[in-house]
Design a binder for this molecule. Sequence first.
Ligand code: NAP
Length: 283
Amino acid sequence: MSTTKIGWIGLGNMGIPMAEQLIKAEYPVTVYNRSEGKASQLMEMGARVADSPQGLASETDVIIIMVADDQAIEAVFEAENGLLKAALKGKIIINMSTVSPAISKKMAAICAAQNAHYLDAPVSGSVKQAETGQLVIMVGGDQSAFEEVKPILDRLGKLSKWVGETGAGNQAKLAINSLLALYTQGLAETILFANEKGIKSADLLDLIGNAAIGNVFTKIKGEAILNDQYKAAFALKHIVKDLRLAKDEGISTPLAKTALKTFEDAESTYGEEDLVAIFKALK
Ligand code: NAP
C-alpha cells in the first residue's frame, strides 16, 4: 500500500470512478463532496469521508479536485471550511476539473504563497475511460511537482503529459473540447441529413465505423443516438461552459462561434442530458 495520503474532492459522474481507481491501487483515500450521500460506494471500498475541504486537507498529502466549474473551485478553496483554512504547506493540489486558465493562475498563486503546489490537470475522456483508468491528462504548473504525482495520475489515465506553466493544461483542454463540440454537432447533422435522404442511422453508422472517419467517439455516441440513450456521461451544460471559456480565451473562428450558439440554444431544454442530445435539439 502507498503511504501518500490522497484527498478527493468532487464525487460527480467523473469523480466517483476516478477516486475508485486510486482506492483499487491501494492508496489511502479520503473523500469530500458538497452534497451528502454520494460517498457510500467508495466507503464500502475503504475510503474515509471528510466533512469539509479543510478537514480533508488536514489529513492528506495530495489533494485532487474534480468539480463542475470555476464557481465550484472558488467554493472549494474559499468557503468557510474551504481548503485555504487548512495548513497547505508542502501539499500538492491537483485540479482536474475543466475550468478557466484564469482561476488556475489565481489559485496557483495563493497556493505558492503557502509553499504548496497547484497543478491544473484536466482530462479528456468520459465516464467509460474514467472507469478503466484510460483518461488522457494534460498538466500545467511546476514540472517537478508533476513528476512527483505522475504515478498517481498514471493510475487514472493512459497518458499524463506536462504541457507548460500554470493554465496550460486548461488551455489544451479548451482546445480539445472545442473539437469535441464540433465533432458532436457534425455527427448529429450528418445523421440527420442522411435520414432525410432515406438512409437508416444504423446503416450510416456502420459505414462511418468502417471508414477512415470512424473512431471510438462515433461508435459510442452513434450507439447512444441509435438507442435513444441520452443520460449524461458528459452533460450538455458542461460543453456550453467549456465553449464559453474557450470564447473568453479568444477563440473566434467560424465553427467555434456556430457550435457555441447551437449548444447554448439547446441548453435550457437538454442541459442535464448528454451532449449528444444536440441530435434531438437539431431534429
Ligand atoms: P458532475 O457530474 O456535474 O459533478 C459535478 C461535481 O461538482 C459534483 O461533485 C458537485 O457536487 C460538484 N460541485 C458543483 N458545484 C459545486 C460547488 N459550488 N461547490 C462544491 N462542489 C460543487 O460533473 P462531471 O461530469 O463529474 O465533471 C466534472 C468536471 O470534469 C467538469 O469540469 C467537467 O467539465 C469535466 N469533465 C467531464 C467529463 C465527462 O465526460 N463527464 C469529461 C471530461 C471532463 P454536488 O454533488 O454537491 O452537486
